[in-house]
Design a protein around this ligand. Structure first.
Ligand code: XUL
Ligand code: CO
Length: 438
């Protein structure tokens, strides 16, 4: 098969080169803290942005051509051309995984049965390409937000028929994920929320959403899926309010409905900032709740209030992200999926390669620096020292549930407490800067 991007060579690590078609920081086999960079980072390509999105916005149509030389009215030819382009891109960049929605890999047909037949056919094709290249599926999902039938939600739809349709799509998407060996299944509920409470039965909607997730877990386990389910929190857009607002809200939902043991989080950087959190915050909340799972790596424009899904270039954020990843023990079933798209003005495929190289290098840099932070020990040491009082005496008794308010009062009556030690934020930020800038 002829190359779709003949001008793009295989991208390799060349620390000394100024060539933008090379990696400056990502050296896949180099060991960082005893593990190859590629295993730490587990980069994935998002089928939708890379192979489908053409840059349309609210005010104008797409600017990029994602036909990849095929007739877009011929679903089969176009679906295969997209797969060919995706595998060539992943191979040239050395990306080991991909993520997909059902709707990304084959255009929806007139009936569900026909759509499912298309999905069966194209996943045979994709599976063959996976076998030839060794590229794997990180996670799959179903698009339950694009079609107008889902305007009022899928798992939270007021319509029983649409709820059932959503269930059928989830069932198929789980089957496809299992067929492609995916180790994750994502729930992102863009329309699982509301526009106005005046027309919304929130209690019923939440209960129904949980019921659908329970059905998904039961079915997936029954057909041998051993991977993780993920909730991908996002506070808003397209809904005014989304029920999986942020990691803390999603954890409460999962615990409330007894789903927490099957689910983890797919944290997306730009969703975190839309929720008024830092990316690091969402990862830390996942980590302390034992639900750190996977990452959709992108960044937003902090001056805009919507999800711009930009390719990540912020090395500071990437460093703090990778610090959380290392502290969580690294990825198991998850990875770093670039849920990111090039800007509308960057409409050439060459731009896609620059975008991935910048994104991958940003996270490779972040990984290197995060490892340095841990090896340097000053930041972790400061935190350990700050909480040293909890290692002995009354502190330890409290931790071991051996003290109540009476014991606290007896202690407090002995002497007025000294002020807590300085938080030294500026010192710590300076240490971090020195490590990052070098
Ligand atoms: C939307 C978003 C989705 C999910 C998968 O903001 O992030 O693409 O990652 O449905
Ligand atoms: Co995402």
């Amino acid at each position: 098969m002829s190359e779709l991007f003949p001008k793009i060579p295989k991208i390799s690590y060349n620390n000394a080169s100024a060539d933008p078609l090379s990696f400056r920081y990502y050296n896949p086999d180099e060991l960082i803290m005893g593990k190859p960079m590629k295993e730490h980072l587990r980069f994935a390509m998002a089928w939708w942005h890379t192979l489908c999105a053409e840059g349309a916005d609210m005010f104008g149509p797409g600017t990029a051509d994602k036909s990849f030389g095929a007739d877009k009215d011929d679903w089969r030819a176009h679906a295969k051309a997209k797969a060919d382009a995706g595998f060539e891109l992943m191979q040239k960049l050395g990306i080991g995984y991909f993520c997909f929605h059902d709707a990304d890999i084959a255009a929806e047909a007139a009936t569900l049965a026909e759509t499912n037949a298309r999905l069966d056919e194209i996943t045979d094709y994709i599976k063959d390409k996976m076998k030839d290249t060794g590229i794997k599926c990180l996670w799959g999902t179903s698009n339950l937000f694009g079609h107008k039938r889902f305007m009022a939600g899928a798992g939270t739809s007021p319509s029983v028929d649409i709820y059932a349709y959503a269930g059928a799509k989830i069932k198929k998407a789980i089957e496809l994920t299992v067929k492609l060996g995916g180790t994750g299944y994502v729930f992102w509920g863009g329309r699982e929320g509301y526009e106005t409470l005046l027309n919304t039965d929130m209690g019923l909607e939440l209960d129904n959403l949980a019921r659908l997730m329970r059905m998904a877990v039961d079915y997936a386990r029954s057909i041998g899926f051993t991977g993780d389910f993920y909730i991908e929190p996002k506070p808003k857009e397209p809904s005014k309010h989304q029920y999986d607002f942020d990691v803390a809200t999603a954890c409460n939902f999962l615990r409330n409905y007894g789903l927490i043991k099957d689910f983890k989080m797919n944290v997306e950087a730009n969703h975190a900032t839309l929720a008024g959190h830092t990316f690091q915050h969402e990862l830390r909340v996942s980590r302390v709740n034992g639900v750190f799972g996977s990452i959709d790596a992108n960044q937003g424009d902090l001056l805009l209030g919507w999800d711009t899904d930009q390719f990540p270039s912020d090395v500071y954020d990437a460093t703090l992200c990778m610090y959380e990843v290392l502290k969580a023990g690294g990825f198991t079933n998850g990875g770093l999926n670039f849920d990111a798209k090039t800007r509308r003005m960057s409409y050439e495929m060459e731009d896609m390669f620059y975008a991935f190289i910048t994104g991958m290098d940003t996270f490779a840099f972040g990984l290197r620096k995060a490892a340095q932070i841990i090896e340097d020990k000053r930041l972790d040491g400061f935190v350990a020292e700050r909480y040293a009082g909890w290692k002995a005496g009354l502190g330890l008794d409290i931790i071991n549930n051996k003290a109540g308010l009476k014991e606290l009062e007896a202690h407090a009556l002995k002497a007025e407490p000294a002020l807590p030690a300085s938080g030294r934020q500026e010192l710590l930020e300076g240490i971090l800067n020195r490590i990052i800038v070098g």
